[in-house]
Design a binder for this molecule. Structure first.
Ligand code: SAM
Length: 269
């Protein structure tokens, strides 16, 4: 992710991501995706854009050991957390468009969860996935739908835009399922299909989530990138406090709950 690390209670962005976002927001989809690819014992699994490693970790749990699981991410900071949480998994630093694989190394299952939208060269990344997938192997790629379709995130973005001007939020920048399918077909995958999956996400403590979301929006905006640390922190605080009314309809007394939708594309090697 191109998000900067911010000092907040001494925690870095990857630490906060793992601590506050992975459980409520990313783990449920990792479970769903590994169900979808019917992960079974003995499968070699590659988690591309693994971040702090939730898909690889869930795969390891299901497989019963870490011998067949590899996670790759471009961010050494995200990988540092992945290594700290699960030192037994093979974590590799590298770009999705030039995967750091051994000669002829292939996998029976490849998952890329909410990473593709960040890759500058998606066609190169899809070609790399194709090369890495064994004949008959199973691929799953997820990308969030556009935030214009996710009212909660759209409304939070609008609050941030009052401070920062128009924001093109990379997290929701590859929401078109037809484009995703075409990308995979053109890379040579077979049996390419996609579906939209929605689920309700719940945060018991909304404060860290709100702050991380504001940090992400500031970090992705042209105005935010031009700011010094002090100004950036101030704008994050302003966005967080002005977001309170957006949260209200999603609050149920013990946290917030809102619906999120993703594309889930699957294909075969
Ligand atoms: C939203 S996070 C998703 C992480 C993880 N898959 C999860 O579900 O928690 C996106 C990840 O994509 C990684 N990423 C962005 N561009 C990349 C690239 N070109 N190659 C590999 N990883 C990349 C980021 O470093 C980040 O960890």
């Amino acid at each position: 992710m191109t998000l900067r690390s911010y000092a907040m209670n001494q925690a870095t962005f990857p630490e906060m991501y793992e601590r506050w976002l992975v459980g409520p927001l990313f783990q449920p989809w990792a479970d769903m995706t590994l169900e979808e690819v019917r992960l079974s014992r003995g499968d070699r699994v590659l988690d591309i854009a693994c971040g702090t490693g939730i898909v690889a970790r869930v795969a390891r749990e299901r497989l019963g050991n870490a011998d067949f699981v590899v996670g790759i991410d471009v961010s050494s900071d995200m990988l540092a957390i992945a290594r700290a949480v699960a030192p037994d998994i093979d974590w590799r630093e590298g770009n999705a468009s030039a995967l750091p694989l051994h000669d002829g190394e292939q996998f029976v299952v490849i998952v890329c969860q909410q990473g593709l939208q960040f890759f500058p060269d998606k066609a190169a990344a899809a070609a790399q996935m194709r090369r890495a997938l064994a004949k008959g192997g199973r691929l799953a790629v997820t990308t969030w739908r556009s935030d214009d379709e996710i009212p909660f995130f759209r409304e939070l973005r609008r609050v941030a835009e009052r401070h920062l001007g128009a924001i093109s939020d990379q997290r929701y920048s590859f929401g078109d399922a037809a484009l995703l399918e075409t990308l995979l077909r053109e890379a040579g995958f077979n049996e390419v299909r996609s579906k939209v999956v929605s689920r309700t996400i719940r945060f018991e403590d909304d404060a860290p989530f709100l702050r991380l979301n504001a940090m992400a929006l500031v970090g992705m905006s042209a105005a935010g990138k031009a700011m010094g640390d002090h100004e950036r922190k101030r704008v994050v605080e302003d966005i967080v406090s002005e977001s309170a009314p957006v949260l209200q309809p999603y609050t149920d007394g013990s946290g917030i709950a809102f619906e999120v939708s993703t594309n889930l594309a699957t294909a075969k090697g």
